[in-house]
Design a protein around this ligand. Structure first.
Ligand code: IPD
Length: 261
């Protein structure tokens, strides 16, 4: 019988390689634009052949290495389990479908409901974010930290948007962020948006509703990099999503007021 620490260490060792392999497959699709097979799941909700293919690869590799583990994925669904991998094969699918390189593979692992490990890989920049709870966060092996920004007039804030919430809610938050003197942006990958807060490239990421596969990895990476995060998995967050806010500690209070989190 393997103890919990060893169990988590084994998955941590596997996860980086898995993210790189999945990212390489996604990149091959990205570079072969004629085979993308873009369809729409809803307004501004893109799907490509690559989403299904990359998620199938992730599910296969988890089943081979850890046959007792469950997977919850954006395309194939899934549910809570003692050992759960939460995967988004391509986060930033709208960017991916339009040929813009800001997208990533996101893989999180939870044990008994606790987010333990996260990996986010952006193939176009060859950047791999990795973190294990209690073990710090890295980009390509180097430690990362959230920014020390304490003044909203120096801050850059990413406000995420999806058609799952009214446009007026989004506009209100953007207005508040700009009126506080910050630079408001949107780059359309929630997972990378959170990784960038962890990396000090932006100062906060918020979105009124986002799904667990978009944030499961990023939340571990951000906490390990010293960022403030809301309790995203409260209530039914795993199955139905929740609001998310990830912020550098110095702007967390201001952003909590603006995002209402
Ligand atoms: C979407 C992206 C987007 C966020 C949406 C997500 P997808 O995920 O992360 O940035 O604003 O809420 O649904 O569809 O690209 O995997």
């Amino acid at each position: 019988m393997v103890d919990t620490d060893t169990e988590i260490a084994q998955r941590f060792l596997a996860m980086g390689g898995l993210a790189l392999e999945a990212g390489a497959l996604a990149l091959r699709h990205f570079e072969d634009r004629d085979s993308l097979g873009v369809t729409m799941k809803g307004a501004q909700d893109f799907l490509t052949v690559a989403d299904g293919a990359v998620e199938a690869l992730l599910r296969k590799r988890v089943a081979e290495a850890f046959p007792g583990d469950a997977v919850l994925g954006e395309e194939g669904g899934g549910e809570a389990a003692e050992r759960l991998w939460i995967v988004d094969p391509i986060d930033g699918t709208a960017n991916f479908a339009r040929g813009e390189p800001h997208w990533c593979v996101s893989i999180g692992f939870m044990r008994a409901g606790v987010p333990e490990i996260g990996a986010i890989y952006m193939p176009a920049a060859d950047e791999l974010y990795l973190a294990r709870r209690g073990g710090g966060a890295t980009r390509n092996g180097r430690a990362i930290r959230a920014s020390d920004t304490a003044d909203m007039r120096r801050a850059t804030i990413e406000v995420g948007w999806s058609s799952r919430r009214p446009a007026s809610d989004y506009i209100d938050v953007v207005r508040g962020v700009m009126e506080a003197g910050a630079n408001a942006k949107r780059a359309a990958s929630g997972a990378l948006g959170i990784a960038y807060v962890a990396d000090g490239r932006t100062d906060a990421y918020c979105e009124a509703h986002i799904n667990s596969w978009d944030v499961a990895a990023g939340l571990v990476i951000a906490r390990e990099a010293g960022a403030w995060t809301n309790d995203f998995f409260a209530g039914d967050g795993l199955a139905k999503g929740n609001p998310v806010l990830v912020a550098a500690p110095g702007v967390a209070d201001a952003m909590r007021r603006l995002a209402g989190v």
